[in-house]
Design a protein around this ligand. Structure first.
Ligand SMILES: [Zn+2]
Ligand SMILES: [Zn+2]
Length: 241
């Protein structure tokens, strides 16, 4: 079920022993101004781009990648995608843009154990995740892209620069790894993470009117029950102190 709405194409992650984030292509197709939200794990670039083309979308129409955050399971195949779509822009929150430009990979790997495991498994060198950032987001922006309007919300806690994209017209929320289906939330033990701050970010998301929840992993929900995010926040409240 790759098409969520007329203007959102869902490219499911292909988890193996490491998770591969979902990716979403947003934008009206005739706008030729499409946006890829998140990329995926190292080695998954060809799969993601192939899946996008199978949906009838042209890679040349993809103008930018917006990262919900820069953990390796989301940004791992960005380099592969940049090779196939030259000139594609990278937009991320400023809190993760500056480290990425400087080659500080602590956010990418989250913890030392992941860094050594990933570098061995994928034969990566230090600073393989050093990218120029075209637009540094702060939260609060209204993005008019691909014929649609998306609000950017800064929702740290899972990582320093986690953002959500919210389309009010169709009640669509893309929250990255902050909140998932099945009342799950993102982990808050990695570099730059914080339980209490994650709780504050869940409270921000709980204010939104959301019908379609498109998280970074696991199931997507197309008929979200009212107050789902508030209920999820309540369930986790005692763990987020
Ligand atoms: Zn993830
Ligand atoms: Zn993450």
């Amino acid at each position: 079920m790759p098409k969520v709405t007329e203007y959102i194409t869902f490219i499911p992650g292909q988890d193996e022993d490491l998770p591969d984030s979902h990716a979403y292509v947003i934008g009206q197709h005739n706008s030729k101004d499409l946006t890829l939200v998140d990329a995926g794990l190292m080695g998954k670039g060809a799969y993601k781009l192939g899946a996008i083309q199978k949906e009838g979308l042209s890679l040349a129409d993809i103008k930018r990648v917006i990262m919900t955050h820069t953990h390796f399971d989301h940004i791992g195949c960005l380099g592969e995608i940049r090779q196939e779509i030259p000139g594609i822009e990278l937009w991320i929150h400023e809190a993760e843009a500056l480290p990425l430009e400087e080659g500080d990979e602590r956010t990418v790997y989250g913890m030392e154990a992941f860094r050594s495991m990933c570098q061995a498994q994928f034969r990566l060198k230090s600073s393989d995740f050093s990218f120029p950032v075209n637009r540094k987001l702060q939260g609060g922006e209204e993005l008019h892209i691909g014929g649609l309007t998306w609000e950017v919300l800064h929702i740290p806690g899972h990582s320093l620069g986690s953002i959500a994209l919210y389309n009010q017209a169709d009640k669509v929320l893309i929250p990255g790894d902050v909140v998932y289906a099945d009342f799950a939330i993102g982990r808050f033990d990695l570099h730059g993470a914080s339980g209490p701050i994650l709780g504050e970010s869940l409270a921000i998301l709980a204010e939104l009117d959301v019908e379609i929840l498109l998280p970074g992993h696991n199931s997507i929900i197309e008929d979200l029950e009212p107050d789902y995010i508030q209920k999820t926040a309540n369930m986790w409240e005692s763990y987020l102190t």
